[in-house]
Design a binder for this molecule. Sequence first.
Ligand code: TXA
Ligand code: MG
Length: 320
Amino acid sequence: MEIITNVTEGVIKKAAKALKDGHLVAFPTETVYGLGADATNEKAVSKVYSVKGRPTDHPLIVHISSINELDNWAIEIPDYAIKLAKKFWPGPMTLILKRSEIVQDFVTGGQDNVGIRVPAHSIALGLLSEFERLGGSGIAAPSANRFGAVSPTNAQAVDTELREFLNSKDMILNDGQSKLGIESTIINCTGNKPLIIRPGTITQEIIQATVKLNVSNHFDFGFIKAPGLLKKHYSPKVKVELNCVAKPGEGLMALSDIPTPSGVIRLATPKSIDEFAKLLYVIFRKADSLNLKKLIVILPDEKGICLAIKDRVTKAGAES
Ligand code: TXA
Ligand code: MG
């Protein structure tokens, strides 16, 4: 397995060919790194599940190169979903739609709907276009971490998570730190209005303003039992706690204007909420590499993308 840092056009061609041949390619997106496989190749997709150690009833997101490909993958697409796709793709938004005939049970975990996303990243889009040129179509890609672990936001984290499970023909494409740092907003579009099932940087307010419909949430800060949205998820080894006072020897992540109590190990001082989101998983990993017992996260706010941060921190801190 190769980590490739200088991702030239030639490398993208090689990676697309590797996908077409049934190998796995980990690639950067604007949210987190994904572990990609040909979404129509059962053997390749089953490798994704085994490399991640993920139960096969947890559906994968199919990544496509543009909204023009959507009709191949989904049917009965409501108007509001088209509006969202036109406005936010390429971008950090996954739409759950009724699946078309090319979508097989091995991608959706047997569900009759499918998650679709057009990522906003030049390497991801280049890979998708080249894959199409070779006769391929969607790339199924979950976050490139072991099941239940924190999503990787750089290629080193992918390598640490998955190296021992990938083989020599698989590839990791490196493009440094992911721009957003938390996973896409997931919106269920199979009903008569959008339902947010995973919060992200495209927020309820933004979605509502776009579709002019009442948008509801179906996430519950770690207590969701729906398939694939387990309570314990995004978990580092360190015990993560939200909004409490850090004690000496404990780690702390908070906005830069919050002071560090004496003896506390300050792991990050983000200056904005966006930077906070971008650093969150990096700090989870850093706390683990320092073998910290506890990490206190002081949430910036309760609104907008802070809800997505709260969701991830609460899940990281869930007991089981
Ligand atoms: O930002 C992202 O979405 C990243 C990048 C790589 O695109 N991908 C990602 O995939 O986070 P994953 O598999 O780690 O998380 C997707 C979540 C899972 O909890 C999965 O069960 C849920 O979305 N999901 C996928 N398809 C679904 C479907 N058809 N119905 C309900 N939930 C679905
Ligand atoms: Mg994941």
